[in-house]
Design a protein around this ligand. Sequence first.
Ligand SMILES: Cc1cc2nc3c(=O)[nH]c(=O)nc-3n(C[C@H](O)[C@H](O)[C@H](O)COP(=O)(O)O)c2cc1C
Length: 183
Amino acid sequence: MEVLQTSALPLGYVAAPISNPDSKIPSMTQDFRDAMAKLAAGIVVVSARTPEGFRALTASTLVSVSAEPPLVLVGLEHESLTRAAVVETRQFNVSVLTRAQEFLAERFAGRAPGVDPRWKDVPHHLGANGIPLIDDCAAWLECDVTQVHSAGDHDVCIGEVRVARAGKGNPLILWDRNFWTLR
Ligand SMILES: Cc1cc2nc3c(=O)[nH]c(=O)nc-3n(C[C@H](O)[C@H](O)[C@H](O)COP(=O)(O)O)c2cc1C
């Protein structure tokens, strides 16, 4: 198996720019970011319903927690509009992105043209819960929120998985502030 770098773009989530003496970021925070940049993570899009339509963000914090019952957790920033929608509606969906979907990861992270509330130009289908799932992903989950824990500047949202499906394609991976994939 080979690992391929897909992007030369520096990514800022947890992994912020290398420290410099003028930085206002405390050194522990910078050390933490530098260390966590070495933890490889799958990239997903977490989607939720809003009164206007749908809201979604790119996330690297999805973790499997329990098999029986099937539980996942995702860390959502307090400021995030998607977090507000997830906590309000108590539901979210997860689309596990593939290598071919790097541009969607940029869009749902607010680093490329945004997505309208009806997802008109994003190929998708609706889950059984009516929340969108991106087409042609590596996997999909539909979740009901069972617990929300405030933790620092994020909420840890625990979701009970109601529907889980595996798809195809090589995963999109965040490591060392870049996107990578496997071949
Ligand atoms: C690679 C990557 C991973 C990210 N992971 C997370 C995450 O796990 N949780 C989170 O709240 N934001 C994460 N973000 C940031 C959100 O995608 C970004 O702040 C987004 O614009 C929030 O949109 P919203 O306010 O519409 O919810 C990540 C961004 C990138 C580029």
